[in-house]
Design a protein around this ligand. Structure first.
Ligand code: FES
Ligand SMILES: [Fe+2]
Length: 452
């Protein structure tokens, strides 16, 4: 338990109140500078491994001016390349209009301008009239430029910095804390994207704290609210709940509804969550919750209701070939309910499902971003649905997420107000906001949170 002991120290970091200047959210100069100082320096989550299961399968990933091709070059290898032809700079693979990214399968990439051709290792295999260059196109000058790529958690990660450190080091301690959840075994139930009228940080920060829940999502108060915390974790941060004594398992995402009869309130909370958020639970959990009133006597103590609900759902899932990760309650209490992976990715983990958010700039406009959310769960072998990134309008999202979306443009506008004095995040519940800006400032050289 030495490792976990180390993480317990983290809550003391950033415990003092801070003020976060508005610059990082609203300044056009800051937004432009992010390209070189931030996006071209960090590891970025660029897709899922199941997006490219077979050799020749590829996807693209776009971040400001950069586009990257990620391709499975063999059954066991993945490569990434700058999506630009070394001849005269045509983008090699176009993203079809209205699509989030390009996606397909081919054994070679042929530039549509003059026909230069590249294999899955990025090596040039064809140049028309090559002799005209008099032998000078050697030493890789005619090959695609390589981008660092690695995998963790079932995701493809890229880094545009040729001198970057290893992904495993970058993700520490998040990867170590999330490994027991087997996130690589989960497949999408749905994935949607949308363009918001706010900075990407405003969008991400709508989900990195639980302080907003009682006001933005008042319906959830009926089911009882545990006190939420946020911890700094080096480059990253995490959030979670303090569970009542004897209900330590409930410190994760699978928790009881509070109230007179936990059999009924758990069912109510599960039904509400399934219908209005379509996240953070699964059909099996909802179905078992709805049977609690028939299968358990009135007056069953909350800890027993919780244990029965979870073990029954777990058993029924196992019978259909869906095997939940085994994570002990002490680990759950430390891992919490979600991790903010610096700078723009959030993983809301559980033993049988996860909810992930990410946001990217929309060009250099500080007032716009591309926002994406995906819900994943475990499926019986071969039964995961084929999902695509679906472009959406706000009304096409579950109602609970629309409540979050409602704040975003209004925050962006408010931050530009002459009278705005900078953000004052809750030092206990919203420490992830302070963490993000403390770490951003290390890359950007400006915008560090100020202590009082
Ligand atoms: S720009 Fe690609 S072949 Fe000419
Ligand atoms: Fe919310």
């Amino acid at each position: 338990m030495g490792e976990i002991g180390k993480i317990v120290q983290a809550p003391e970091e950033l415990a003092a109140p801070v003020n976060v200047p508005a610059e990082a959210y609203i300044s056009p100069e800051y937004a432009k500078a992010e390209r070189d100082k931030l996006w071209r320096k960090v590891w970025l989550q660029a897709g899922r491994m199941e997006d490219i299961p077979e050799p020749g399968n590829y996807i693209t990933y776009e971040i400001m001016d950069d586009s990257v091709i990620i391709v499975r070059s063999s059954p066991t290898e993945i490569r990434a390349f700058h999506n630009v032809c070394p001849h005269r700079g045509r983008k090699l693979i176009d993203t079809p209009a209205g699509q989030r990214n390009a996606r397909g399968s081919r054994m070679s990439f042929i530039c549509g301008y003059h026909g230069w051709t590249f294999d899955l290792e990025g090596t040039n295999t064809y140049i028309e009239h090559q002799d005209d260059w008099q032998g000078h196109l050697c030493g890789g000058l005619a090959d695609l430029g390589k981008v660092n790529v690695d995998t963790w958690g079932g995701w493809l990660w890229i880094n545009l910095d040729p001198d970057c450190g290893p992904l495993a080091e970058y993700l520490d301690p998040a990867a170590k804390m999330l490994d027991p959840y087997g996130l690589q075994n989960m497949r999408a139930r749905w994935r949607k994207w949308i363009v918001f009228e706010c900075n990407w940080k405003v969008a991400m920060e709508a989900f990195c704290e639980t302080y907003h829940v009682s006001t933005t999502h008042p319906e959830f108060m009926e089911f009882g609210q545990f006190r939420g915390w946020a911890r700094n974790q080096g480059l990253h941060s995490n959030i979670g709940y303090e569970a009542p004594k004897g209900q330590e398992e409930d410190s994760g995402k699978l928790r009881l509804g509070a109230g007179e009869d936990p059999r009924l309130t758990t069912a109510d909370m599960q039904n509400f969550t399934w219908e209005n958020a379509n996240t953070n639970t699964t059909r099996t959990l909802v179905d078992v919750a709805n049977r609690l009133k028939d299968e358990l006597p009135e007056g069953t103590p909350p800890a027993e209701v919780s244990a029965y609900w979870i073990t029954t759902a777990k058993k029924e899932d196992a019978e259909r070939g869906v095997v939940w990760a085994q994570v002990d309650p002490q680990h759950t209490a430390q891992a919490g309910t979600a991790w903010q992976i610096f700078p723009n990715f959030q993983i809301g983990h559980a033993v049988n499902n996860m909810l992930c958010y990410q946001a990217r700039p929309y060009g250099t406009d500080p007032d716009k971003c591309i926002f994406e959310a995906a819900v994943y769960e475990l499926w019986p072998e071969g039964e995961a649905p084929q999902t695509e990134w679906e472009y959406t309008q706000p009304h096409e999202w579950p109602p609970v997420l629309q409540q979050d979306f409602n704040n975003m443009a209004a925050v962006q506008q408010g931050m530009k107000n002459a009278g705005y004095r900078g953000a004052q995040p809750n030092p206990y519940m919203e420490r992830s906001v302070a963490s993000l800006h403390m770490n951003l400032a290390k890359f950007m050289g400006t915008g560090a949170p100020k202590t009082y």
